[in-house]
Ligand binder design. Structure first.
Ligand code: FE2
Ligand code: FE2
Length: 216
């Protein structure tokens, strides 16, 4: 489960991500999405989604997708979940916004971890940017710059930014599309976190006992 992705696996996942970006119908939003994915491709592919080794949290703690390629793995899962949920409510919601928000919800993570280093003991080490402003704000800043450059309509711009800025489960949301991306994010993070523990272990973050079926 927690094996680093090969370069081929990373490329395949990135291609799938681009195919989701291609479903965005609003041409300006689509262009922004493609530009950001291409400009940050190398960062997206070489980073983990989760962190490890934070002072104050027991040693041996893991978080979701803390491996080389973990970020692209996580983003693609969140986009897949978000898109499938969005299709259920397609008559009531803006699928463009769900896709845009899901694809870029964690783009701020390209700046909050130390560079991936195979030899490092701590592979998803958080830097001062995370501690001071976190990835939601950094991601919102990155996206806002591109949305402005492409002259995306002001209201649509803030709707798109709202999804990125509030995607953590504790943040107050004002749009249905935000809930879809946020729950999809939590599903992947929680499931992958559970799967990362050995059978019948205590999760040191939540203190929950993790039971895994013998059938798998
Ligand atoms: Fe996030
Ligand atoms: Fe996420």
């Amino acid at each position: 489960m927690f094996k680093n992705l090969s370069e081929k696996q990373k490329e395949e996942k990135f291609e799938l991500l681009l195919s989701y970006a291609n479903k965005i119908r609003n041409e300006k939003l689509k262009k922004v999405c493609f530009r950001i994915l291409n400009d940050y491709k190398l960062d997206i592919l070489c980073r983990s989604a989760g962190h490890d080794g934070i002072v104050g949290i027991p040693a041996g703690k893991r978080s979701h997708q803390n491996f080389d390629g973990g970020l692209i793995d996580h983003i693609l899962n969140v986009v897949t979940h978000s898109y499938n949920i969005a299709k259920v409510y397609k008559d009531e919601i803006d699928i463009d916004l769900v896709l845009f928000g899901a694809i870029l919800h964690d783009i701020g993570k390209v700046k909050i971890f130390d560079e991936w280093n195979e030899k490092a003991t701590v592979k998803g080490n958080l830097n001062f940017r995370y501690l001071l402003v976190d990835h939601c704000y950094i991601g919102q800043q990155i996206c806002e710059r591109y949305l402005d450059e492409e002259k995306v309509d002001e209201k649509l711009k803030y709707q798109a930014l709202h999804i990125i800025a509030t995607h953590m489960d504790t943040m107050e949301k004002h749009m249905t599309e935000c809930y879809i991306v946020s729950y999809a994010d939590s599903i992947d993070a929680d499931v992958m976190n559970c799967l990362s523990y050995p059978r019948n272990a205590i999760n040191p973050i939540t203190k929950n006992y993790i039971y895994k079926s013998e059938n798998k």
